[in-house]
Design a protein around this ligand. Structure first.
Ligand code: GRG
Length: 260
């Protein structure tokens, strides 16, 4: 578990939890355990995604994948352990003033985003689509569920713990959904254009596994335009928050410009 969590990684999801809280006037202490929980869930998904039964990848975060070092059984268990640890962390709020109702809402938010309604569901359709022609709608379903759901839940959980109103939560959810989809579109582009040194994982793996991607479906340039549009839409949804949402805006720019 420690090997994969501390192998590196951009920490985008935990940073989004913190930024979500700050956008509505919350602070670091309200959200730190939940921010760590999101990174645990994300890292579990990477360990399991790299397994021979899934994407069968040799490198992640610039290091050999978990199963290459510890074997498949321990890699599966490390993922299971991280997922379970995440919910243990969320159960212990950063601030004792967090109302139990808010904690329940955060638990439901994250469970939905990580489970069959979100990441697991997206991964199932992704695997079943390998090597097949799929519609643009199915491609969007895969990416909004496999990747965007957890990114959206990161922002929304932070906002919930920071004391967001219903309206604020809706707006931040729209921003998170657009940002999450943009993240995946850029990920697809990087898989075509990047290399092992920059990415920390082997490039070109989508094509090798005949995965459905945005550049494949729409072309590289259209995928770039799509990512830019999604970032713009994310920022538009943040308008009501004023300067308090500047960190999220900066993260949106980072998502578009990143090389790893
Ligand atoms: C195993 C249930 C299950 C799901 C796996 C999200 C996912 C589903 C697999 C990850 C595979 C993958 C490479 C998806 C593309 C988008 C993505 C999540 C990339 C990795 O996220 P980064 O770039 O990674 O934030 P770091 O290492 O920086 O944290």
């Amino acid at each position: 578990m420690r090997y994969s969590v501390f192998a590196g990684g951009k920490r985008l999801r935990p940073i989004l939890v913190i930024a979500g809280a700050e956008a509505v006037g919350g602070g670091l202490t309200d959200v730190m355990p939940t921010a760590c929980a999101l990174e645990c869930i994300h890292t579990y998904s990477l360990i399991h995604d790299d397994l021979p039964a899934m994407d069968d990848d040799d490198f992640r975060r610039g290091h050999p994948t978990n199963h290459k070092v510890y074997g498949e059984a321990i890699a599966i268990l490390a993922g299971d352990g991280l997922l379970t640890l995440a919910f243990r962390l969320i159960a212990e709020p950063g601030s004792p003033a967090t109302p139990p109702g808010v904690l329940r809402a955060v638990l439901a938010e994250i469970a939905d985003a990580a489970g069959t309604l979100g990441m697991v569901g997206g991964q199932v359709v992704d695997i079943e689509s390998e090597g097949r022609q799929i519609s643009a709608e199915t491609l969007e379903y895969i990416h909004t569920h496999k990747t965007a759901a957890l990114i959206r839940a990161s922002l929304r959980s932070g906002a919930l713990l920071g004391g967001a109103t219903g309206q604020q939560l809706d707006a931040i959810g729209v921003a998170g959904g657009r940002l999450g989809l943009a993240f995946q579109v850029v990920d697809d582009i990087l898989d075509v254009e990047g290399n092992l040194d920059e990415l920390g994982k082997t490039a070109g793996s989508d094509q090798r596994k005949q995965k459905a991607t945005y550049p494949d479906h729409h072309g590289l340039e259209a995928a770039r335009v799509m990512a830019r549009t999604l970032i713009h839409e994310a920022k538009s949804a943040l308008a009501p928050f004023g300067p308090a949402a500047d960190p999220i805006r900066a993260l949106a720019d980072f998502v578009f410009e990143r090389r790893s």
